[in-house]
Design a protein around this ligand. Structure first.
Ligand code: NAG
Ligand code: NAG
Ligand code: NAG
Ligand code: NAG
Length: 302
């Protein structure tokens, strides 16, 4: 039955072209593999984005349209190779038009589609400001060049002060690379997100893109080498550990104290490492709801 066969193939082809287009924004189901046990963090609200680049899912982000910035990005760590790429910035076409292509795209030259500008941050939002584009999912935590390029999309970045981005937060990303690269023997799942200001929303240049007061990050590495960890006295860092970093020297010090001896460029941008439980306690305080970052706190039977 060659006729039926051909029709079946055509239908299959249609299905595989259409399905991911509809699902990249609004649903994590095509990219649940980036979460430990396929279980996205609970207690945070926003629009799921399966971050697709060159027709492959690379990581996942939870996005807040009102803030025009992400709540978190989730990814699987892999040991980096080569230099940090320089890349032009990309956007998510489906936030502006649900029927658009699901791949992230480079900003076109010239005047931007107002629906794109309305739905997300654009490069101009960051021009002439004191904020850098802070990756939640950093290019440093990926092995392949294409995975690294895919992190340069504005739905993966938040307004981050340079003192944090080029100081203590960069040190944290580097420490996590060394810890996971040296001691994690299976997959390492990482989630990195923001804590908004408690009262007034702070915006870049007073409008459009919301600035976070803190950044947080947590990893879950269910498979690790216990004997070498114990020998290195690093047992407390596995299977899971977390951190919170300041993004504003004017913040109070209950969550992260200021190291008064730090260099003035980095003064007030400290990062505090802490167990996952402690992070979740602060998240609960600040978001006003119970937040679970990993399935069974990453302590489930391994
Ligand atoms: C940034 O500032 C420069 C110099 O003041 C100005 O020419 C430029 O238009 C500004 N760009 C944006 C996006 O505001
Ligand atoms: C990442 O960590 C690995 C393993 O510890 C290390 O060999 C490598 O030099 C680190 N890469 C960077 C860019 O720091
Ligand atoms: C843990 O590391 C030690 C020392 O490198 C090695 O001999 C041992 O086989 C490793 N165990 C596992 C379960 O990977
Ligand atoms: C901190 O507060 C002071 C005084 O209100 C203000 O001048 C300064 O710009 C603030 N710093 C930051 C980084 O917001």
């Amino acid at each position: 039955m060659p006729y039926l066969h051909a029709t079946g193939l055509a239908l299959l082809a249609l299905a595989s072209v259409w399905y991911p287009c509809g699902a990249d924004v609004g649903d994590f189901s095509p990219c649940l593999n980036f979460f430990y046990k396929s279980w996205p963090p609970k207690g945070l609200s926003g629009t799921p984005i399966c971050q697709r680049y060159e027709n492959q899912y690379r990581f996942a982000s939870l996005y807040r349209r009102q803030r025009r910035s992400p709540v978190f990005s989730a990814y699987i760590y892999s040991q980096p190779e080569g230099k940090r790429p320089s890349s032009d910035w990309k956007f998510e076409p489906q936030l502006a038009d649900a029927t658009a292509d699901g791949n992230m795209a480079l900003f076109p030259p010239g005047v931007l589609d107002p629906n794109v500008v309305n739905s997300q941050a654009v490069k101009q939002d960051y021009h002439n400001t004191s904020f850098t584009r802070g990756h939640l999912n950093p290019s440093l935590h990926h092995e392949t060049h294409t995975d690294r390029l895919s992190t340069f999309t504005l739905t993966n970045v938040v307004p981050q002060k340079e003192g944090s981005n080029n100081g203590p937060w960069e040190k944290l990303e580097s420490a996590v690379n060394h810890t996971l690269g040296s001691y994690c023997v299976g997959e390492a799942y990482v989630v990195t997100g923001v804590i908004p200001y408690q009262e007034d929303v702070h915006w870049i240049k007073g409008h459009r893109v919301a600035v976070p007061e803190y950044l947080w990050s947590a990893y879950c590495c269910p498979k690790y080498n216990e004997s070498i960890l114990n020998a290195a006295r690093l047992g407390e860092f596995f299977p899971t550990y977390a951190a919170i970093g300041r993004n504003d020297p004017n913040s109070t010090e209950e969550i992260v104290p200021i190291d008064r001896s730090s260099h003035k460029m980095f003064w007030g941008y400290d990062v505090k490492r802490m167990p996952l439980d402690t992070l979740e306690m602060y998240l609960k305080q600040r978001f006003g709801s119970v937040i679970n970052v990993f399935y069974e706190k990453c302590l489930a039977l391994r």
